[in-house]
Write a protein that binds this ligand. Structure first.
Ligand code: SAH
Ligand code: SF4
Length: 350
C-alpha cells in the first residue's frame, strides 16, 4: 500500500484513523503539535508516542518536505523561495516582513489556468494542482526564516487560482487554522480569487472563515473581459451579486484588488464606475500599481495618477489602500511569480 502523505490530512481525519486502528484519537492532537507547532519533521522526534504507535505511523504515512531549490532576498528583506515538489516541479513562495509580523504568500497551483493577460503566472498555463500538504509545507518552510517577528498572516496570492483547487485549499485552511496545527487566526488568512462565482458562494458557507479577496482589476465588462478571460464566464453583474449576498461577519469586508494599468484602468471615470459597481457590497479596495514584466504589453500608471485615483476614492468615503509591492527587485511581487528551473541559481543563498 502506498503510504499517505500525513501533511495532506486534517486532524479530524487522523483522529478517525487512529480510532479505526485501535489507538486513542488524541494521538492525532499530539502528532499535529509535533509537526506544526514544534516543527518536528521525523517520527523519532515525537517522543511522547509509544513505539508501537510510531511504527503504525511509519507503516502508513510519509512526511515529505519541499526542497529549497533557490532563494532570493530583496532589499526590503522579503524572501522569495523556489521550492521543489516531489515530482520535480517547482513553485514559488514569498515571505514578507512588516513592522510587527511576517506575512507569507503561498501558491495553490503550479501555474494557473485563468490566463489573465497582465499576469506572469497566467502565461504558464496550469501544470497541476498542489495538494493540501504541499500548501501547508510552504508555510513550514517560510516560518524557518521568520525570526524576530512572528509569522502571523497568510495570503493565497502566489501562483494559481485557489478556488480552482478548492478542496485542497480548504483542507490546507483547516490545518493552518487548527488550534493543534499552526493555529493561525482566521482573521489573518486571506484567499484571493479571480472571481469564480460558484466557489465564492460555497466559500461563504465554510466553517473556516478566512478573508475573501477578489481580483477585480476592471470596472466594466469590456475592460475586465479583456484583462481576465474569467469575466466571460462570470461577468461583473454575477460577481457583484454573489458579493452582495456573501455572509460576512461583523466588521468584515470583502477586499477588491484593483491593478492600476496606465491608460486602461486608472482614469477618474474608472474610479467612478468602480464605486457605482460595488454599491451594496461591504468592501475595501486594495490598489495595486502594476508590476511590469520584461515583455509585458502594459505599463504601470504614473505616480501622480495613482495618487489621484486613491484620493478620489478616499474623498468619497471608500476604504482604499495602496499596495506597495514587496520584493519587486527579486520578481517576488504580485504577478511576478513564475517557476522556472532556470531561476538565477547563481543568486542562490543558503
Ligand atoms: N489567482 C488569484 C491569486 C493570485 S494573483 C487571483 O488572481 O486573485 C494575486 C494578485 O496579484 C491578484 O490580485 C492579481 O490581480 C495581482 N497581479 C497579477 N499580476 C500582477 C502584476 N503584474 N502586477 C500587479 N499585480 C498583479
Ligand atoms: Fe491566475 Fe490570479 Fe494570475 Fe489571473 S491573476 S492568471 S487568476 S494567478
Amino acid at each position: 500500500m502506498t503510504p499517505h502523505n500525513l501533511k495532506d490530512w486534517t486532524r479530524a481525519r487522523l483522529r478517525d484513523w487512529f480510532s479505526e486502528h485501535n489507538e486513542r484519537p488524541f494521538r492525532a492532537d499530539q502528532v499535529f503539535t509535533w509537526l506544526y507547532q514544534k516543527n518536528v519533521s521525523d517520527w523519532d522526534g515525537m517522543s511522547n508516542l509509544a513505539k508501537s504507535t510510531r511504527q503504525l505511523l511509519i507503516d502508513n504515512f510519509h512526511l515529505p518536505r519541499l526542497t529549497r531549490v533557490a532563494e532570493r532576498v530583496s532589499q526590503d528583506d522579503s524572501r522569495k523561495y523556489l521550492l521543489g515538489l516531489q515530482d520535480g516541479k517547482t513553485i514559488e513562495t514569498v515571505l514578507m516582513p512588516h513592522h510587527d509580523h511576517h506575512t507569507v504568500c503561498v501558491s495553490s497551483q503550479v501555474g494557473c489556468a485563468m490566463g489573465c493577460s497582465f499576469c506572469v503566472t497566467g502565461k504558464m498555463g496550469l501544470i497541476r494542482n498542489l495538494s493540501a500538504g504541499e500548501i501547508v509545507e510552504q508555510v513550514v518552510e517560510a516560518r524557518r526564516d521568520a525570526t524576530g517577528l512572528p509569522l502571523r498572516n497568510i495570503v493565497f496570492m502566489g501562483m494559481g487560482e485557489p478556488f480552482h483547487n478548492y478542496d485542497q485549499v480548504m483542507t490546507a485552511l483547516e490545518i493552518l487554522t487548527d488550534e493543534y496545527g499552526f493555529n493561525f487566526s482566521q482573521r489573518r488568512v486571506t484567499v484571493s480569487t479571480s472571481g469564480l462565482v460558484p466557489q465564492i458562494r460555497r466559500f461563504g458557507q465554510e466553517r473556516v472563515k478566512a478573508n475573501l479577496a477578489i481580483s477585480l482589476n476592471g470596472s466594466s465588462d469590456t475592460v475586465r473581459g479583456r484583462l481576465m478571460p474569467v469575466n466571460k464566464r462570470y461577468n461583473l453583474a454575477q460577481l457583484v451579486q454573489v458579493c452582495q449576498e456573501f455572509p460576512l461577519e461583523a466588521r468584515k469586508r470583502i477586499t477588491f484588488e484593483y491593478i492600476l494599468l496606465k491608460g486602461i484602468t486608472d482614469s477618474i471615470d474608472d474610479a467612478k464606475s468602480l464605486i457605482r459597481l460595488l454599491h451594496g457590497v461591504k468592501f475595501k479596495i486594495n490598489l495595486i500599481p502594476f508590476n511590469a514584466a520584461p515583455d509585458s504589453e502594459y505599463q504601470r500608471s504614473d505616480w501622480e495618477q495613482i495618487q489621484r485615483f486613491q484620493r478620489y476614492l478616499l474623498d468619497r468615503g471608500v476604504v482604499a489602500t495602496l499596495r506597495i509591492s514587496k520584493g519587486q527587485d527579486i520578481q517576488g511581487a504580485c504577478g511576478q511569480l513564475r517557476s522556472e528551473q532556470g531561476l538565477a541559481v547563481e543568486e542562490e543563498v543558503g
